[in-house]
Design a protein around this ligand. Sequence first.
Ligand SMILES: NC(=O)C1=CN([C@@H]2O[C@H](COP(=O)(O)OP(=O)(O)OC[C@H]3O[C@@H](n4cnc5c(N)ncnc54)[C@H](OP(=O)(O)O)[C@@H]3O)[C@@H](O)[C@H]2O)C=CC1
Ligand SMILES: CC(C)(CO)C(=O)C(=O)O
Length: 323
Amino acid sequence: MRYLIIGAGAVGGTIGGRLFDAGHEVVLVARGANAEALREHGLRVELPDRALSLTVPVAAGPEELTPRPDDVLVLSVKTQDTAAALAAWAAYGEDVPVVCAQNGVDNERMALRRFRDVYGMCVWLPSSHLEPGVVRAPCAPLTGILHLGRAPSGADDVARRIAADLETSGFAAPVSDEVMAWKYAKLLANLGNAAEAVCGAEEEASAEELTARARAEGRAVLAAAAISWVSAEEYARVRGDRMRLLPVKGEERGGGSSWQSLMRGTGTIEADYLNGEIALLGRTVGVPTPVNTALQRMANRFAREHRKPGSLSADELAALMGA
Ligand SMILES: NC(=O)C1=CN([C@@H]2O[C@H](COP(=O)(O)OP(=O)(O)OC[C@H]3O[C@@H](n4cnc5c(N)ncnc54)[C@H](OP(=O)(O)O)[C@@H]3O)[C@@H](O)[C@H]2O)C=CC1
Ligand SMILES: CC(C)(CO)C(=O)C(=O)O
């Protein structure tokens, strides 16, 4: 298989880099300063025990590639960039399998509008991308656990072949008939991204409390909408101690993916598809979601105003939210 990684940031760079290092064919699709750095210096993947320097082929878009029957598109842009990425790749042909290696639960629906064979991937892969051409993945012995299956449900040989390649590349990749149940569980975990981004990664007690309230709202909404999710206990059991968070180059991990958006000042953040997914479902089933709605609004404001993570304390945030 040839993996075309659309969005060579934290997740895409790590998955693409580790696949390439294990001998699989990979093309990194990147833009801007990241594309320039990747073309000039290659990709650097920093792991707890070593750094990989990899000369991976780079492309700006589909016009630079000739389609092959063994191509797989791996979508690893933030959800707010999914629609534009899918539009750019639609001409590549509807037969190409598309793997959504992303948080949230909306990417698969967006991809199914344009492609027939869409796969959800539940990405448990703490990773960072704060400098062009460089990604950091601080977990070991596994770099990540990537549940994979057809969207909305089912499994097939393509999923099993992709999983087999990932299993040779530093990941566990269980194939699941119900991958979206894993992704809804991950969505609940990611309801903490906004508070972490706004209040900073040195979690204060009240940010944790806000996150706990956001998750309680999330569980109430999913239950009212009759959506099933894998329990936190089951998720923890699967991880076991196979993914220990370790320092890389003597540094602890800064913060999660939304924190990194603010750190890099990208101007956008994924909150509409994380806390906003709960707000949308809540409105649909008539369950109020004031905490998620407020976190979504505040995260968007921080991104728009290019504010750095941690520039509002959890107490100030709670007060602004009227909590
Ligand atoms: N980071 C993490 O620890 C984890 C992240 N996730 C999820 O994975 C997904 C990806 O997140 P993450 O890797 O952190 O994001 P990053 O911002 O690190 O990487 C995304 C990359 O995609 C690029 N991009 C956006 N649109 C396009 C396009 N049309 N063509 C080519 N490149 C494009 C971005 O460029 P630019 O910088 O110019 O915007 C960026 O380099 C998200 O859904 C996130 O929630 C899941 C688990 C862990
Ligand atoms: C892995 C985790 C939960 C934290 O890094 C994440 O999904 C994110 O950063 O968005």
